[in-house]
Ligand binder design. Structure first.
Ligand code: ATP
Ligand code: MG
Length: 259
């Protein structure tokens, strides 16, 4: 009787072991295919026409005013950080569609224009993510997956953007938990890891509009600096004041007038 029981236990153990092995194999295969996808994406560099249609700045663009504005913003932020790398939150001061993602993307692109620097644009807008539309790959993992899955490494959620030296972290597929995502210890770890790994890496967070967004309040606390985007003619003074009040005064790096 005992032997039969042992045998049964063994059989159960073997089954369990086989299951674990199959799972490990599956994870390894998924990981290696992700690495391959990322390696392929690295090859496709966006053409100047593609950049123009995506409204992403580039050194040879016709509209020098836009290019210079973002270069100036880059200089100002670097002055504020005394040349150190940083994490900068970008958020707009109106309800929706104020240009927050436009400014965040172009700020990241402006850092990447400098050949001695790299940038990472992190999509933290759970409700209106923007990076996915820019990526021409199926980004299976993003920040929300990373925050819930300890098995995922920072490297697993960073994708090539098609802009040299600029990387992106998409929002991912696991968006139900809302603001709770960003208040986790793992989010603080992510922020610290992103900044610490390369001293020439500048991180831009594309956050939801600052008014009435619990996520943006949490993210503003985690970032080193914040840039607020003021869409011309779409915001009242009260809204501007309310938005400015959310950000710690020492972190507010500037307000960009978006026309
Ligand atoms: N300065 C600009 N020049 C050209 N297009 C712009 C400019 N600012 C914003 N846009 C365009 O306006 C639209 C809305 O801008 P964007 O998505 O950046 O706003 P947002 O604040 O991120 O909106 P959401 O609240 O949905 O996240 C986009 O199509 C964007 O490309
Ligand atoms: Mg946006």
């Amino acid at each position: 009787m005992t032997d039969v029981k042992n045998e049964l236990n063994n059989e159960a153990e073997i089954k369990q072991r086989l299951h674990e092995l199959a799972l490990a194999k599956k994870t390894a295969a998924a990981k290696s295919s992700r690495v391959q996808i990322k390696a392929m994406a690295e090859v496709h560099e966006l053409s100047t026409d593609e950049l123009d249609s995506l409204k992403i700045l580039h050194a040879g663009m016709q509209n020098r005013q836009v290019l210079n504005a973002f270069r100036e913003l880059r200089v100002k932020l670097l002055q504020k950080s005394k040349g150190e790398n940083f994490i900068c939150l970008v958020s707009s001061l109106c309800e929706r569609g104020g240009g927050g993602s436009y400014v965040a993307t172009n700020l990241a692109a402006a850092f990447a224009l400098d050949k001695t620097k790299t940038s990472v644009l992190v999509d933290c807008d759970l409700y209106a993510p923007s990076i996915d539309t820019m990526l021409n790959i199926d980004a299976s993992h993003g920040i929300t997956d990373y925050l819930d899955d300890d098995e995922l490494d920072v490297q697993d959620i960073i994708y090539a953007s098609g802009v040299p030296r600029m990387r992106v972290v998409p929002i991912g597929s696991n968006r139900e938990r809302g603001a709770e995502h960003f208040s986790s210890e793992r989010m603080s770890e992510f922020i610290a890891a992103m900044k610490a790994r390369y001293s020439d890496r500048f991180i831009v967070i594309d956050a939801p509009p600052i008014l009435n967004s619990a996520e943006t309040r949490i993210l503003a606390d985690l970032c080193d600096m914040a840039v607020l985007v003021l869409p011309y003619g779409k915001t009242t003074m009260e809204q501007v004041q309310a938005g400015v009040d959310v950000v710690d005064k020492s972190k507010l790096a500037g307000i960009v007038f978006n026309n």
